[in-house]
Design a protein around this ligand. Structure first.
Ligand code: ATP
Ligand code: ATP
Ligand code: MG
Ligand code: MG
Lengths: 261, 261
């Protein structure tokens, strides 16, 4: 069964996109077939995976608004065999308003993803959905379509402030739209071992979420932030760098944990 | 005349809140009277300014939804004389949906702010509105109420991707809701002089926006990210640190430039 992860956190800049593309690449490097769905109108995940996403290019907007099939619009990432992307372009910025009064506004992505995984996507091992930094209809569509929630938490003070709001929304989606959804994974990102703050936040998060928080911690590393400017993930850009190694470890740990019953 | 800045960028984690509170504190330290309006449901600016913003505390939600007067709900920051905050709490997360079908949904903040500045707030020199990382109704309310747009740009690759979308929204608000609005200021944040990426992005931004981009550049500095955990701005937490000095310089430059005709 395909594991479908929703990568969400309404706090901005915590590493949602970076985590999505690098875990996907790490799993693909280990032989898995992986689809990344870019639900952020900025299209950062599409950029990092090196796929076209200019105005007019087919993408996730067409799936949500016009009912296009995922396999008709997704693209293979040039980076690596087994890595695919359903891209986002600027049209997606209007999707939330367009969905607001539309029929089945919360379940459009789930309908499309279920249809994809039943036939064309049967061979996919993982799907990662990269969310924008808000709890609007795009993120709700992702939470309705996903099986597991993965929350990147930046090792900074503000990191914990928004978690209760996120978990409240997750609870509501779980109750009314997707009872199977559960918080399975928390990944600590941008950890700077030289600062007390990083250690404090990491300690707090592990205390509150001991089972969910991965042992692997992603260090702050400039190679990670350089990679997207080459249209690559850090796994391809500099496989031996501390950031790439950490994401490979996290991918391995994620695979090993499996979807717990 | 009071200068009203909207601090916006839908890219997450670029330093909107950090810029808002530290410029406000820098200007207050120089003797100005400053109001910060926290429009982000996470309430990070309220936290950094040390004001209460638990569920049920009066705040900007009451202004937007119930028409409360700003001077009735704003609080003085304990940090320094002349520094005030109209706080945000978790209720604000529901405001965007509530506003969606409400009368005058885009102009509520402007109506309240104009009334405040006409009487109770006449002595205020600056207002800064901290926006969430999205271009929804909260940010539109801010763009409708503001006179000047200040965009923090993180010196990272993704920084430039979202700017065209932001400027498109600004153009639409300018055309239909607030012709006086203009992009007056761009501030480069989290600059790391050791990386090529930082220099490249800074160079790109100055080339595209030579007049708007401040000479002052904010370095990446751990003291900046520690300050909010003490409910302080970096100006109060560690005034001699590179981050505090840079924000003081930026505040000074902003004051000197004045609201150009
Ligand atoms: N471990 C890391 N070390 C250094 N830089 C990082 C790291 N992780 C992410 N970054 C950089 O930090 C910035 C924010 O990361 P990213 O864009 O992935 O966050 P996000 O949560 O997806 O942001 P948004 O809320 O806008 O969607 C990016 O410029 C990215 O390159
Ligand atoms: N110059 C800096 N040096 C080091 N850390 C910084 C700097 N500026 C901001 N930070 C830290 O980076 C993180 C993101 O900054 P901040 O929260 O101000 O961004 P934002 O744009 O307001 O985010 P959001 O999009 O979630 O509203 C915070 O943890 C903050 O403390
Ligand atoms: Mg992102
Ligand atoms: Mg903020």
């Amino acid at each position: 069964r395909t594991r479908v992860f929703v990568v969400a956190n309404q706090k901005g800049g915590v590493g949602k996109t970076t985590t999505t593309v690098n875990l996907a690449a790490g799993l693909a490097a280990a032989g898995a077939t992986v689809l990344v769905i870019d639900l952020d109108p900025q299209g950062n995940a599409s950029t990092a995976l090196g796929v076209d996403h200019r105005v007019g290019d087919p993408g996730v907007y067409d799936v949500l608004i016009d009912g296009a099939a995922i396999d008709d619009v997704m693209q293979a990432s040039p980076e690596r065999e087994g890595l695919f992307c359903l891209s986002a372009n600027i049209d997606l910025a209007g999707a939330e308003s367009e969905l607001y009064l539309a029929v089945a506004r919360e379940t459009r992505l789930r309908t499309a993803l279920d249809a994809f995984l039943a036939v064309a996507g049967r061979g996919f091992h993982y799907v990662f959905i990269d969310c924008p930094p808000s709890l609007g209809l795009l993120t709700v569509n992702a939470l309705t379509a996903g099986h597991e929630l993965l929350i990147p938490v930046q090792c900074e003070y503000y990191a914990l402030e928004g978690l209760s709001q996120l978990l409240k929304t997750v609870g509501e989606v779980g109750k009314y739209l997707n009872p199977a959804l559960r918080l399975s994974t928390i990944l600590l990102t941008m950890f700077d071992s030289r600062t007390n703050l990083s250690h404090q936040v990491a300690g707090d998060v592990r205390e509150h979420f001991p089972r969910e928080t991965l042992a692997a911690v992603i260090p702050r590393s400039v190679r990670i932030s350089e990679a997207p400017s080459f249209g690559q993930t850090v796994i391809a850009y500099d496989a031996g760098s501390p950031g790439a190694v950490a994401y490979q470890e996290a991918a391995h740990e994620l695979a090993k944990r499996g979807a717990r019953p």
